[in-house]
Design a protein around this ligand. Sequence first.
Ligand code: DWN
Ligand code: ZN
Length: 414
Amino acid sequence: MHRQVIARTSCRVCHNKKIVKVIDLGSTPAANAFLTKKQLNKLEPIFPLQVFFCSRCGQLQLGHVVAPELLFRNYVYASSTSATFRNHFVGYAQKIYQRFKLTVNSLVVDIGSNDGILLKPFKQYGLKVLGIDPARRIARQATKEGIPTWPEFFDSQVAKKIVEKFGPAQIVTANNVFAHVDNLSELIKGIKILLAKDGVFVIEVPYLANLIKKNLFDTIYHEHLSYFSLRPLIKLFSLQKMMVFDVERVSSHGGSIRVFTQSINSPRQVSDRVKSLLSLEKKMGLNKKLTYVKLAQIINQNRMRLKNIIDKLISQDKQIIGYGAPAKGNTLLNYFKIDKHILKYIVDDSSYKQGLFTPGTHIQVANPNRIVKDKPDYILILAWNFANEIMEKLHWFKKTGGKFIIPIPRPKVV
Ligand code: DWN
Ligand code: ZN
C-alpha cells in the first residue's frame, strides 16, 4: 500500500531546505478524483494544497506530494476532447518534424502521451512513435487507435527497455506532465538514457509568468507539483548536464512555454529568446516572494467578486450551470465554496466524466445536450482556456438571451 501523501521539506529543483509557504488553498480532494453516485456518501480523502517558494532558485512548488498511483492510474482526463487542443498538437508535430529534419527512421517518444494527441500527427509523417502513460484505460484506448502506449510511469528502467526494443529516440516530448513529477532528476536521467546523441527533449509546461499575470490560481492542484518559469528550469537541466537551447511561448492552458533541451555536448546554439524571457521574468519579479504574496491577495479578492455575482443571480432566482469539468475547475469550486446548491450541474463533452460528480462539491457532470432541454440562465465557464470554443458552440444559447460567466482572470459576465 502506498502512502497517500508525503510532505516535502526541500526545493524540488535546487534542494534548498528553506522554502517558504506563500499560498494556502486549504485541503481539497485530488482535482480529477470525480466520484460515482455510490461514492458520494463515503469519506473523501483530502490533502493540503499549499504553495511554497524557493528564493534560491525561484521555483514555485507544492509542499505535499499525493501518491502518483492515486492520481494517475484511473485518469479521467482525455486531451483530445477539445478541438483547440487537437489543432495545437498538429501544429506542434509539424514544427518539430520540419525543424529537426526527422525521417521515417526517427523514433519519437511522448511521455504522458494521454490519448495520443501529439503522436497521432507525428505518426502521419510516417515516424516511429511510442507513448508512455500510466493511465491504464486511456493507454489501452490509444493503443487500440494505433498509437502503441505503454501503461507505465517513465523512469530510467523504462528508458532502458525502450532503447533495447527500439533504439534511441531522436525526439522525446513531455507536454503538461513535467510539472506533475516529484523526482525531476530521475526523470531527466531516464531522458538521457533514451535520447540519441544529438536528440532533443521538448517539454511544454504552463508558464508561471502567465499564471501571475492572469491570476490562473485554479491551475494549482495536487497534480501540478511545479509552477515553472525558465530560470529554475535552466538550473534543473544544468544540474544533470543538459541545457536549454530554445524556448517559445504558446497559448495552451492560459499560456505555456515550449522548452527545447539537449545534452551539453550537443552543438546547437542557445537562442536569444532564452535571454529575453529571463529578463522578462526578472522584470515581473518572479524571483521575489512578494509577487506570490500579492497573488494570494488577488485570489481572495476574486473569490469575493465571483461570490457577489453569483449571490445576486441566486437572489433573482436565476439558474446557473457550469461548462467543462476540468481539473482546475475543482480547485476553483472547492476554494470558492461553489457546490451543488449553487450550480445545478456541469456539462462536459468527455464521456469519461459524464455521470460522475465533482470531488468535494458533488455537482453532477452531464452530457451537454441537457442545456438544450433545460435552457439555464447563466453558464459558468470552468474551462476558461477554451471559452471561445465553448461560446462558439453555444452561439444559440447566447442568441436566446443566455449569459456566460467567465471566472478568470477576473470574474465577469458576458
Ligand atoms: O496538466 C493537465 C492539463 C493538461 O490537463 C492535467 N493535470 C489535467 C488537465 O487539466 P484540465 O482538466 O484543467 O484540462 P482542460 O483541457 O482545460 O479541461 C477542459 C475540460 O473541458 C475537459 O474536461 C473537456 C471539457 N471540454 C468540453 O467538455 N467541451 C472542453 C471543450 C473545449 C469543450 O468544447
Ligand atoms: Zn530551489
